[in-house]
Write a protein that binds this ligand. Structure first.
Ligand SMILES: Nc1ncnc2c1ncn2[C@@H]1O[C@H](COP(=O)(O)OP(=O)(O)O)[C@@H](O)[C@H]1O
Ligand SMILES: [Mg+2]
Length: 257
């Protein structure tokens, strides 16, 4: 098994020049890659999911997403930190569903279950034809998925993306959210310009672990909120969209209405 410091951020000539980055990475190494997480990473490496972790794409209190090298290409590796900050982010409606599988009080079982859930939901959305990163595998609190971007960098979040055609963006959002609902049978539940990437003129939805079934009593309410965030975003960018109109286009009227 490779040593941890060989797995993470292998030294490359261009890196040694950048001391500041090095020390930041040392700090990240301590914060994200505790021993059990390093073991999970090693397991994924020995099963051929990737060869090494290159650098962080995004980091936060609850975890980080890293670019990793696999052969000639890349994969994205999402690490959930085993900690209370991560737990606090999980919405109650999604925790309820996990309660059947694991003890949700125990972070050591909950967070791996959450990681697995993200993998399962990505697979389900992909099957429904929704553009999400392909799920490639997981171990404990580490998820491997398709990398969205190119060697020059990861795809920008919609929030940071330059979008020329806002009408086309609106149509794309409607089509994707609609597909999540039917045939996907899911509501994302945390949709915003932060959890959507923009790549090749199209959107790619990410961060799906909290998605709930269309049958959930709160599903419509969550969908309304998701759509509201995006209507606000479009309007701010100059494409006026009413949340009601957006909502009506993604969800058919409910049976009781
Ligand atoms: N598959 C991916 N390819 C490229 N970048 C990604 C990918 N998944 C996530 N990212 C980047 O990492 C950030 C955080 O990912 P996300 O899944 O939203 O995790 P969280 O919000 O829990 O930190 C995203 O905003 C995006 O910039
Ligand atoms: Mg996110």
């Amino acid at each position: 098994m490779p040593r941890p410091d060989e797995i993470l951020y292998p030294r490359r000539p261009e890196r040694t020049a950048d001391r500041r980055k090095e020390s930041m990475q040392g700090k990240l190494l301590d914060e994200f890659f505790d021993h059990p997480t390093l073991l999970a990473v090693s397991r994924l490496i020995s099963h051929g999911y990737f060869e090494s972790i290159d650098h962080p794409i995004s980091t936060g209190k609850e975890g980080g997403v890293f670019r990793a090298t696999k052969g000639e290409g890349f994969v994205a590796v999402k690490v959930y930190r085993i900690g209370n900050a991560t737990f606090r982010r999980f919405p109650p409606h999604a925790l309820e569903e996990l309660r059947r599988e694991v003890s949700i009080r125990n972070l050591r079982t909950l967070i791996p279950a959450w990681t697995r859930r993200e993998h399962t939901i990505l697979a389900r959305l992909r099957e429904a034809g929704v553009r999400v990163p392909a799920p490639l595998g997981y171990s404990r609190n580490v998820l491997v998925m398709e990398y969205i971007g190119d060697p020059g960098g990861a795809a920008p979040r919609l929030k940071d993306a330059v979008v020329d055609d806002l009408d086309a963006l609106y149509e794309d959002l409607v089509a994707e959210i609609r597909r999540m609902w039917e045939p996907g049978g899911l509501v994302h539940g945390d949709l915003s310009p932060y959890n959507i990437l923009h790549w090749g003129g199209r959107i790619v939805t990410i961060d799906v672990a909290q998605a709930v079934s269309r049958e959930h009593p709160q599903a419509r309410e969550l969908l309304r909120r998701d759509v509201g965030h995006l209507a606000e975003f479009l309007t701010r960018r100059g494409r006026k969209v009413k949340a009601e109109e957006f909502f009506a286009r993604v969800a058919p009227p409910s049976a009781e209405a």
